[in-house]
Structures are given as structure tokens and as C-alpha cells.
Write a protein that binds this ligand. Sequence first.
Ligand code: RAT
Ligand code: ZN
Length: 414
Amino acid sequence: MVLSEGEIKKTVYEAVENVEITDVHTHLYPPSFGNMLLWGIDELLNYHYLVAEAMRWADIPYQDFWAMSKREQADFIWKTLFVDNSPYSEACRGVLTNLHKLGFDVASRDLIKYRKYFDSVSLEEYVDRIFKEGRIKCVVMTNDPFNEEERGYWLKGLKDSRFKGALRLDVLLNNWPEACAKLRQWGYEVSEDFSGDTAGQIRKFLREWMDRIEAVYMAVSLPWDFAYPEDSPRSRIIEECVLPVAGELNKPFALMIGVKRQLNPGLKDAGDGVGRADVRAVEYLCSRYPHNKFMVTLLSRENQHELAVAARKFRNLMPFGCWWFLNNPSLVDEITRMRCELLGVSFIPQHSDARVLDQLIYKWEHSRKIIADVLVDKYTDLARTGWAIESQEVRRDVEKLFGGNFWGFLERKF
Ligand code: RAT
Ligand code: ZN
């Protein structure tokens, strides 16, 4: 069916509203991973994005906040950000979107009542409910093989098809001495100076873990000053281990660049900042390793245009998401428009980065709305040229943007 301008909005909204999402980057785990899966109102309130905002008002030392119980911290954040001030920041609004979508009376501001539901619901049931309400097909996790607790769950061989593995290599690539010591402890014959068959042993470790967790990609979060190539253990491990194994398995290597880790350590998880990255490292990787596939997200707003241009040059580069400090309506709108204009349909507009299961609801609710509005404008501009907009073509494009492009990229071989 060819759509009139008036029908475009309805069709796009429906397509985006109904599409089942593949969320390509989260920090969620299956319920079988016990306490690693965060969920419920207190975790929502204790989200590190909100901790940073609450601490701007607090007069207490940071240690006093960290010494509180989880519930006390949540009470503190609720009072500071929702009662004493209007909660219109993106992270605050998200909590309210969640409560609203789950049918709570948001106007009552009755935290005690909200808690009662979370204290009584069964986790299994709640996970099903969130996936259903959020129209989420599956989520990609962040799996750290150097985290002892997580390692324990994997060694027991637990799986849930809604949760896909992604091998996160931060320790290996950002803290080689620590990784090296652990690898030795686990029986790999590695040495800090890379003598002997260290590279071969790291490759063995990577293959084993990619296989164990059925990883869809390997990933790392990198500081803003990441450079490649350079004379460093990180560069060496990327070149001699990560890229060869990723290439052999035909899996992408996901680079998340731009963090200033622990800019304010007193804030713990909430203490990281952002810095402008050098896109030349990404360009170099994509051109030097044309048979490898790279998924890239950059944290700084200033890097977004350069990344989209690089993606025009390299088909083995898939830009993804509006990451962390960029996941705000004004920036998602700006970045998505720019990517549509430079890349057409060929990118992954968003991931949730959910750390708390419940966040799948609000993060996707907010992103769906913005992406839909951008698409309405793009199809309307197209219709004005005389091009016929077909509803099944709108649905096709939307499927790609919210999942198909990711799965398609995994299949591609360069
Ligand atoms: O967005 C976040 O919650 C950050 O703390 C990080 O987890 C970041 O997304 C990352 O994956 O390193
Ligand atoms: Zn993340």
C-alpha cells in the first residue's frame, strides 16, 4: 500500500511500537545468575546515573552515602531527586515511565506502595513481564570472564535464549598484569612480557570463552585516549589475539571508546566521565583489517559525525547506539537524524545499556518515540519527492534498525 503523507506517521509509529527488539548491549543477566541480575524499584533508584545526580545536592560525605543500606540509598535518592526537586532529568523521568507503564499511580508518589509490589512478585514472572511489555526479543549481555562470580555461573553451563553472550575484554585489554595473573592461575602458560607462547595461550582462552558463552561478539570499553596501533600490551593483544580469533570465528569486535574512568572515584560507578576520542584508531582498524568486523560506539557527542563518515568508507564498520551520556532525547534525536542522512538504514540506532532489568521498559519506550519521530520526517521528505512509500517497506526498514542490521552484520563475511 502506498502511503499518503498523513498515513506515514501512523504507519511508522505502529511499526516502531510493535517491532520486537534485539538490544545489542546491556548489563543484564538471566535470573539463573542470582544476584547479578538487578531488578525492582530500589535498584532503579540506585542506578549510578541517579547517584551522580543526587550527589550534586547532598551535603553528606560520599562514604556516608555508600555506608547506607540499599533501601536507605534509594530513599535518599527518592527524596533528593523526586520530592525536593522536579524529576525531569532523563534518568529520573525513566523511573516514572517505568512505574507508569507497569500500572502504578505515579501521582501518588507513594514509594512504600510501589515497593510492596516488588517485594511480592516472583522474579521469573517479572522477567517474562518486562520482556513482554517492552517487546524485547533478546538482549546481549556484558560477560566478563575475569569476574569470579560470573565465571562460576558460566562454568555451571547456565543458559537462557533471551540473553545472548558477549565476551567483554576490559580486564584483558586495559589491565594486562591483572589478566595475566588470573590466566596463569587458571592454567594458561602466559607471561607478562609475552615470552613463550603467551599470544597462543590468550587465543586459546578467547576461543574457549567465545564458545562457552556462545558469544555474539567480543567487546571492550576503552578510554578516550585509546590509540591504535601503539606500543602497549593492549595493542599487541588486539593484534595478535583478539582480531585473529574474531576473524576466525567471523564475529565482530565491539569497541566502546571515550570513557574517562574514575574521574571522581568517590562516586564509584557514578564517577566516570567522557572525553573526545581519536577516530583515527577506528579508521586504521577498519582499513588495516578489512576481513574483521567492527561495531563501534563513541561516548562523546563531538565524535558522532566522524564515526558516521568513517562508516560510509568501511562496510566492516557498524556504528551502534547513543551510549550512556548520549542517551538523552535531544542527543538521540540529533545523532539519529545525522546517521539517517549519512547512512540511510545501515546502522544500529540504539541499545539500552540497561543495568536494571526494569530499564528495558523506559529506555526503549523513550528511544522508540524519538527514532519514530525522526523516521516520520525522513519518509515525509521522501514522499515529497514523489517516491511511493510502501507500508511493508517501512516495516522492513524498522525491523532492520531494531535488530535485523545486527543479525545481518553477524552473518556477513568480508
Ligand atoms: O552506561 C553505563 O551504565 C556505564 O556505566 C557503562 O556500563 C558502560 O555502558 C559500559 O558498558 O562500560
Ligand atoms: Zn554498558
